[in-house]
Design a protein around this ligand. Sequence first.
Ligand code: ATP
Length: 344
Amino acid sequence: MSDTTPAQATTPAQVLEVRDVGKTFTVPGKGGRRQLRALDGINLDLRRGETLGLVGESGCGKSTLARTLMMLERPDSGSVRWDGTDPYQLKGNDLLALRRKVQMVFQDPYASLNNRMTAAEIISEPWRTHKDIYPRKRDRAARVRELLHLVGLRPSDEHRSPQEFSGGQRQRLGIARALALNPEVIICDEPVSALDLSVQAQVLNLLNDLQAELDISYIFISHDLSVVRHVADRVAVMYLGRIVETGSTEAVFDHPAHPYTEALMSAAPTLDPATRRERILLSGEVPSPLNPPSGCRFRTRCAHATDICATTVPPTVSDQAEPGHIVECFHPRGRVSLGMPAVA
Ligand SMILES: Nc1ncnc2c1ncn2[C@@H]1O[C@H](COP(=O)(O)OP(=O)(O)OP(=O)(O)O)[C@@H](O)[C@H]1O
């Protein structure tokens, strides 16, 4: 989330700029077809070499956002710019070249890799579409072995199939496949949640090492707040199709400003007694995106909601705990609220 204006705000250090992106699905319902607003006014920036953690409850729109950034879903409003370029203005080879910039690592390394293929075939599959990247067979074979080495597998593993690998090794193979097109950004969708704890740490370390070596940016989607705290430089918190808070990992975890983030963080495990808080229990379920609440989407579960929250979309408040810490709320925590006199 950002309060900067579009396009011109793109700096060389910024690889992705998302402005006011909306996505509505038409779904069948009892009384006819209904509109499901999965993304509503999403603003997001991603800088080169950083990890942006994306958190929020199931169904809040994380996967839809990831698919939109991967250009698998077309937003019905707003803009997505990769290195300042709108992918929907491109065609043919230009579009293909842009598509390389962003790749994905999936949650389940068992389901996402084809057991009938060898590791070498899996890694080289993207080159069938992107033919110009390694046109010579010899270069492809060498690059496969390089990529296996880069992710901590043995070059001789190229002939093995995914079912011969452990879960951690499979995820390493998934990462090698994502790296095959030399992307600038990798969207990691719950990349370690299917793995044992000890293996999780190894895969997270690998992602970290690759970032340092290749200057890749990650969008890291996870339910696991302790993992996000460990890997992310910045965090974006989603609720019912909107990003309600963004900021540095320290600001969002230690000084959450949105009542929703505050509740999420109060449930996150912490080793530091200074940051330990009383757990805030959220009442009720996430409302349906088929019928979202008016005004602030979180208000039906918010202990601090007042009348204005029901009638008006909350303002974006910048520089909450520090510069770049942004919250969308009438009553941000830890600060005098907007629109109303001070809140408890
Ligand atoms: N292709 C689709 N057609 C209709 N509705 C969809 C489609 N894809 C997603 N949705 C709906 O959009 C909303 C957001 O879903 P999405 O999968 O993006 O959430 P999520 O935060 O990734 O959830 P999870 O963590 O469970 O994967 C949900 O209400 C979902 O049912």
